[in-house]
Design a protein around this ligand. Sequence first.
Ligand code: DAT
Ligand code: MG
Length: 150
Amino acid sequence: MVERTLILVKPDAVQRGLTGETIARFERRGLQIVGLKMVNVSSALARTHYREHVGKPFFKSLVDYITSVPVVAMVVEGPKAIELCRTTIGATDPLAATPGSIRGDFGATVGRNLVHGSDSARAAKREIKLFFRAAELHRYNRSVTRWIVE
Ligand code: DAT
Ligand code: MG
């Protein structure tokens, strides 16, 4: 099942010069980047994007963090891309993230966990729309990619 998901290279990863490394992890997994740009996340966009966390004790610091430095937003496409990206990213708390995942290799604390990936088909659809217009997403011929689509 081919899916699309929203990935954000978050401020700490951008600041630490890990943008290329992060993008490469998804490419090497065999996923296709169909949209990519740098975005200054406004407070309004941050609050909408993270609306499920409104009211939690970390919400304000989460919004401050995601709006602090431009992020790199991308839409990634491939078979079961949502779950595949979540596995590539690793557990929310880098302490629990498997070594080999992005958070497991580069993260130390939950408040600076490097990457966002949508957690469901519903979330992916909503989040992609928040960050990209349809005209900013590009398909190209699947027959020249490495995917094997069941
Ligand atoms: P994920 O980013 O793995 O989907 P989430 O949706 O539960 O995790 O939370 C969104 C972000 O909020 C997460 O990447 C980091 C921050 N966060 C989550 N739980 C937290 C906590 N207990 N303390 C501080 N920040 C937290
Ligand atoms: Mg989440």
